[in-house]
Design a binder for this molecule. Structure first.
Ligand code: ADP
Ligand code: ZN
Length: 508
């Protein structure tokens, strides 16, 4: 039916489990082949398979694909017109549908669930199952109500599927869906065709255009932290002659659809997006994913870079990050009104993300470790594997930075602090008479970028925090004090000079 020579990876086991009527949770990376895990048993078992999916566009794509294969599939959602709905109802009554895609809110409407519970249901698939988890970055409150499925459809096996693999989300899915005894099948999340690089920011626009320059064919996705920024960056890229479109939740449905259609059409282009551009994006030839702002967690990062190279061809990913961004993200979480337990989880995810950006070891190993997966040897396709990071004893440099912050009254941002260290005067510095301090000019021997890297790594380490609207640097005493006293050594990474992804323009 599907034209494949056989099952791939864990598909066979997933299918067998459902065929036996048991519950199963399938964790596979995007592109791993999750759909087949429920489509095959839906066709082989008696009755109609229900597939719960969060997005209408996703459902429509799947249905169109299945129908092309001659499979009787349909989607029931709010965008059907009256005629389509009537035809579907008739087909359902006549048992003419083998696989029905449906949104969670629709399924749980009493009229619908009443009607469906009288049909013979072969299985219930819960696609994008991580949407049940409030910890996740794609939480959907409607998914929580799926807890009532076993009552509505007793003895129907359930198969939950997701590409989000961290242990907490996994536990959440099993708990919320009430399937503690489900079999858990987890595929490797290693994506050998993805090159991973992370670099400190230093002239974002230039870094971005250089990276995109070497990826002119196929699609590229640029992730930004805010809607405004997506618009700004898209305009900047268009100014450089690239086809670049913004995508974020603030666009009208018509604009969104138009952009998605162009993206799907296969045209060479760049999408500049917030996290709203995500689920259901399965263009195979995304050759490059760039983050201009740090993702909120390793899970979000993995999902976003995972949109590259779905055709298995080599693709590049580049994460640009900065100390101020890290500090701002921490500050923002600190201020958030989320319940304490949620806040703690988000904080620990953010800290894992920060650690991941600064890691001196293999990035793939570090990323997979976040999902409980142990890659036995370094990947060979990340920046740190290809250009091993040099580290140096930065204790003295750290002490200079921390004392300079302290002596200047914890009022300066990173730029001015670097000026003080390097002995550069300007109006602000003179106004506060910083040039008379003992710390003024103690860092003359190093460049501005070098000091910025030290500051960033001290932020990442938690020795420095920021405060106030201007992001003034301040000491985090518990961590800063032992460093200042020389009780703790600080090992720092020497940032690579050249991006491995960006190819400097060869002409002009
Ligand atoms: P996911 O939902 O995990 O992102 P899909 O179910 O969309 O992945 O499958 C990804 C791609 O892999 C699709 O193009 C699909 O046709 C292909 N595929 C799935 N199973 C197999 C298989 N057993 N053999 C070959 N190709 C497969
Ligand atoms: Zn590596």
């Amino acid at each position: 039916m599907f034209g494949f020579p056989g099952f791939r990876g864990l598909q066979g086991e997933a299918v067998e489990t459902v065929m036996r009527g048991e519950d199963v949770l399938v964790l596979m990376p995007t592109g791993g082949g999750k759909s087949l895990c429920y489509q095959v048993p839906a066709l082989c078992r008696d009755g109609m398979g229900l597939v719960i999916s969060p997005l209408i566009a996703l459902m429509d794509d799947q249905v169109a694909g299945l129908r092309q294969l001659g499979i009787r599939a349909a989607a029931l959602h709010s965008e059907l017109d009256a005629e389509e709905r009537d035809i579907l109802h008739q087909d359902l009554r006549n048992n003419q549908i083998d696989i029905l895609y449906i949104s969670p809110e629709r399924l749980l409407q009493p009229a619908t669930s009443n009607f469906l519970s009288k049909r013979r249901i072969s299985l219930i698939a819960i696609d994008e199952a991580h949407c049940v988890s409030a910890w996740g970055h794609e939480f959907r409150p409607e998914y929580r109500a799926l807890a009532s499925l076993p009552e509505l459809f007793p003895n129907v096996p359930r198969i939950a599927l997701t590409a989000t693999a961290d242990p907490r989300t996994r536990d959440d899915i099993l708990n919320v869906l009430g399937m503690p005894d489900a079999r858990v099948l987890m595929a490797s999340f290693h994506r050998p065709n993805l090159f991973m690089e992370a670099r400190p920011k230093g002239g974002e626009s230039k870094q971005l255009t250089e990276a995109l320059e070497s990826h002119r064919s196929g699609a590229a996705i640029v992730y930004c932290g805010s809607r405004n920024k997506t618009e700004r960056v898209a305009t900047m890229l268009r100014g450089k002659g690239l086809t670049a479109l913004p995508f974020h939740a603030g666009l009208s449905p018509i604009e969104k659809r138009a952009t998605l259609m162009r993206f799907r059409s296969g045209e060479d282009m760049v999408i500049v997006a917030t996290v709203a551009f995500g689920m259901g994006i399965d263009r195979p030839d995304v050759r490059c994913v760039v983050h201009l702002d740090m993702p909120s967690s390793p899970e979000a990062y993995y999902q976003q870079i995972g949109r590259a190279g779905r055709d298995g061809e080599k693709s590049d990913t580049l994460l640009l990050y900065g100390g101020e961004d890290m500090a701002r993200a921490r500050h923002w979480l600190e201020q958030s009104s989320a319940p304490d337990n949620e806040k703690r989880v988000m904080q620990s995810r953010l800290e894992s993300m920060i650690a991941l950006t600064e890691t001196t070891g293999c990035r793939t190993q570090a990323l997979l470790a976040c999902f409980g997966e142990n890659l036995s040897s370094p990947c060979g396709h990340c920046d740190n594997c290809i250009n091993p990071v040099s580290t140096f004893d930065g204790t003295e440099a750290a002490q200079k930075v921390l004392s300079a912050i302290y002596r200047t009254g914890q009022r300066l941002g990173a730029v001015q602090l670097t000026n003080v260290l390097r002995g550069k005067t300007n109006e602000t510095i003179e106004r506060h008479a910083y040039q008379h301090l003992s710390v003024f000019g103690i860092g003359k021997d190093q460049t501005e970028n070098w000091w910025r890297a030290v500051v960033r790594q001290l932020i990442a380490r938690g020795a420095i925090r920021t405060h106030g609207e201007h992001g003034s640097l301040a000491l985090q005493s518990e961590i800063a004090r032992p460093i200042l006293r020389g009780e703790e050594r600080v090992s720092l990474r020497l940032d690579a000079k050249q991006s491995l992804i960006a190819r400097s323009p060869t002409t002009n």
